[in-house]
Design a protein around this ligand. Sequence first.
Ligand code: GDP
Length: 202
Amino acid sequence: MEIKSATFVVSNSDPSKCPDTGLPEYAFIGRSNVGKSSLINMLTNNKSLAKTSVRPGKTQLINHFLINKQWYLVDLPGYGYARVSKTYRAEWQKMINKYLLQRETLMNTFVLIDSRLEPQRIDLEFISMLGRNGIPLSIVFTKVDKQNQSSTALNVNAFKKALSEEWEELPTMFITSSVSGTGRSKLLDYIDSINQHQNTKE
Ligand code: GDP
């Protein structure tokens, strides 16, 4: 898919106030610092669409970006900040759950995982929660330019193994780098194929 336009639409803390145009949307979420903003900017060919390295715990908002006037890319607030209050955590949980469970136009959630790390419990638990609730998801391994292919493969395989304990069929996975652009076309084509499928259903 070619990105012809990418524009910021709205930031919300209340999922019920998200755009009601009915366009399909794709959410991106992950641990703080996983590379989410960089990935969004890389995917949309825009250096500053998503704000990189915002202060931890500062922006607890759901951000909608309209892509090609056809679908929304949704930047969700991350989890796993080291120094945030219990109140922040509880509010995050409430907002995210409400969004994920009630957003009818949500086609897929991309869960970002730092390819340099061994499987982390917080990520596995989040993925498990999505699975339990029947929310479609894919895994996006980030920052693969930071290490050699075999190190990435080691962590990806360990992640697959950890998921296999709970999942019969593994979710779709993408290997990405915001620096080199690795994985960009595969991920965008994946979104495109879901959009096409939506169109033929209507
Ligand atoms: P966010 O908190 O998940 O939005 O993460 P950011 O996009 O702000 O990235 C966190 C840090 O990782 C920043 O210093 C980025 O420059 C760096 N980073 C993000 N993605 C990549 C990548 O693909 N390759 C490399 N080398 N660095 C990255």
